[in-house]
Design a protein around this ligand. Sequence first.
Ligand code: FES
Ligand code: FES
Length: 179
Amino acid sequence: MAGSETVIQEYPDIAIRLNVNGRDYVVTVKPYERLIDVLRYKLGFTSVKEGCGRGECGACVVLMDGKLVPSCLVLAIRANGSKIVTLEGLAPEGKLHAIQKAFLDTLGVQCGFCFPGVIIATKYLLDRVSDPSDEDIKNYLEGQLCRCGSYLRFIKAVKLAVKYIKEGKIYFDLKEVKG
Ligand code: FES
Ligand code: FES
């Protein structure tokens, strides 16, 4: 019937600027888009995993201006102008960061789904506490849910990462990684 249409208007695109892993991006987003979706689906940083989607599991954590944040709870427009670090940004191309190597060496993961978030949370921890106690590790990783129950191995892995870093071994060639 003429004159009775309902006009649905889409929200406008908004251009935001992000620096992800040292590289600058300009991305257009909707006002309701989440940072996790921009990182994963627009920029291709697929290490950022979605578990719960509501800030409870830690699978999606990234460093945003040095703070550990669940990217599923951050609107992309709120991240405008921020510096973001994901797992992909921890080591140069072809290398692994000491934390990644330590988790592999201790077989700290099983299915690996939680792995990127746990490693980013460990980086956040070691940036603040260079030689953490078991309690420090538990406190800093308490938001990281591991469905496979690898928690005790996480403690071993963090301690091995500390050892590598103390020895000045920050990066490892991929060929040094066990089979
Ligand atoms: S997916 Fe973000 S905290 Fe679980
Ligand atoms: S290793 Fe499977 S969720 Fe942590």
